[in-house]
Design a protein around this ligand. Structure first.
Ligand SMILES: Cc1cc2nc3c(=O)[nH]c(=O)nc-3n(C[C@H](O)[C@H](O)[C@H](O)COP(=O)(O)OP(=O)(O)OC[C@H]3O[C@@H](n4cnc5c(N)ncnc54)[C@H](O)[C@@H]3O)c2cc1C
Length: 391
């Protein structure tokens, strides 16, 4: 069994030719390009089914951008089925509610109580903590992780090669040709600040043509993602630094509770939000893609990672006995769901950014719904949060 025919940018200690060997149970060998959330979840899913798994990650260490993550019950069911619930309990906060706020007045528009949700907790956590939990579980099952290994999936040979390289996936391009993303006219900042004793609530601070989402992270911190509509383009990557003064200038008219969080921001990153079509081809021969490689999503529904986690489980389950048939089933199961989730995320930005009379009407409507039908929001999200892909 061979792992890599040829690789690029590999460090000396990541020579992979020596480490590729047949799996102890099935004898089948999976190579995964990308050790992010989707790649590591897939590694675990396949390893638990007895496959021999190798992960190739370009970064010199398995870490993550400094940002929080909301893991909703649909993603949580997969992580629980992989046996990670206790580990996640130690590094996450259980969310109690989602609270749309008027960013200008500082008043809550309504409150959606998450305690009514079925299944695992809706969690707030740091991305790096989820990666650490996944990495530990992968290593315990004998998954080989090659760090500092930027590889091209075309250079790998295995029973199945999975492209989990995220938004700029070379494997997606190989299966589908170059994508044609377009700028949505929105940019986003992300930051983490110290703010002890924050309520376990995700707050969506809505203002005309802008919004901010805040939620607490373990260790007395608060995660901030702020979005502004603007014509000017910014890059798509997640690692471009900006001056915190620019963020505060855009939100200079918001109410004191939000301003006090923004005033604490020291390090901030800015990126442009682009829409990408869902890939038409998720597999070809013995090569497949998952997560952002197949379907990048805007961050307005907190589902990109959750969908990647679901993909990973479904791919491993479908391919357990018959990889060729499994790949067909995988795309058939996943494409309709992710297409629906992406459309819902796209629509949310418009709702958050209303101005004038439309804003007043929408906020009043939300208040009334929250009063007369407090579970209406969660009922509308059943299709998203209630799915159990592990069934
Ligand atoms: C600020 C922000 C907040 C978000 N909040 C949420 C949230 O609350 N909930 C949620 O569900 N989603 C959220 N998302 C979306 C989510 O983070 C992504 O959808 C998710 O990370 C996708 O996982 P992935 O494994 O497909 O790709 P990635 O996480 O991008 O991982 C890809 C990995 O592949 C590696 N790689 C790339 N090319 C190569 C190569 N050639 N060789 C080897 N390795 C390679 C990269 O280094 C990286 O480690 C958020 C996104 C952002 C930016």
């Amino acid at each position: 069994m061979s792992g890599v025919k040829k690789s690029t940018a590999m460090t000396d200690d990541s020579k992979i030719e020596n480490s590729a060997s047949g799996g102890p149970e099935t004898g089948r060998h999976i190579c995964i390009v990308g050790g992010g959330i989707g790649g590591l979840t897939a590694a675990l899913g396949f390893a638990q089914r007895g496959f021999h798994v190798e992960v190739f990650e370009q970064a010199p260490a398995l870490t993550e951008v400094g940002a929080g993550l909301q893991i909703t019950p649909n993603g949580g069911r997969v992580l629980n089925a992989l046996g990670l619930d206790d580990a996640l309990d130690r590094v996450s906060i259980t969310a109690q509610a989602v609270q749309p706020m008027d960013a200008l007045s500082g008043r809550a528009v309504t409150r959606f109580d998450l305690s009514q949700l079925d299944g695992p907790p809706y969690r707030f956590m740091h991305r790096a903590d989820l990666i650490a939990v996944l990495e530990k579980a992968c290593r315990a099952l004998g998954v080989t992780i090659h760090l500092g290994s930027a590889v091209d999936s075309a250079d790998l040979t295995a029973d199945l090669v999975i492209g989990a390289e995220g938004i700029k996936s070379g494997t997606r391009a190989a299966l589908n040709g170059d994508a044609d993303p377009f700028f949505t006219g929105q940019v986003a900042w992300r930051a983490i600040v110290d703010a002890p004793n924050a309520d376990p609530v995700a707050q969506i601070w809505m203002a005309p043509r802008r919004h901010v989402v805040t939620y607490p992270l373990p260790g007395g911190r608060v995660n901030i993602v702020a979005v502004q509509e603007r014509a000017q383009w910014a890059n798509e990557g997640w690692n471009h630094r900006d001056d915190a003064a620019n963020l505060r200038q855009v939100f200079r008219d918001v109410s004191p509770p939000l301003m006090s969080l923004l005033s604490k921001v020291e390090t901030v990153h800015l990126w442009g939000l682009f829409r990408h079509p869902v890939a038409q081809h998720w597999h070809k021969g013995r090569v497949a893609i998952l997560g952002d490689a197949a379907h990048p999503t805007l961050p307005f529904l907190a589902q990109g990672a959750n969908l990647a986690i679901e993909d990973a489980w479904v791919l491993a389950a479908c391919c357990e006995h018959d990889i060729d048939a499994g790949l067909v089933q995988y795309q058939a199961e996943r494409a309709p769901r992710v297409t629906r989730a992406i459309a819902a995320a796209n629509a949310n930005a418009r709702k958050y950014h209303l101005s004038g009379i439309a804003r007043t009407v929408a906020h009043t409507g939300l208040k009334i719904i929250g009063f007369v039908a407090p579970n209406a929001f969660l009922d509308r999200m059943d299709w998203l949060y209630d799915l159990d892909v592990t069934e």
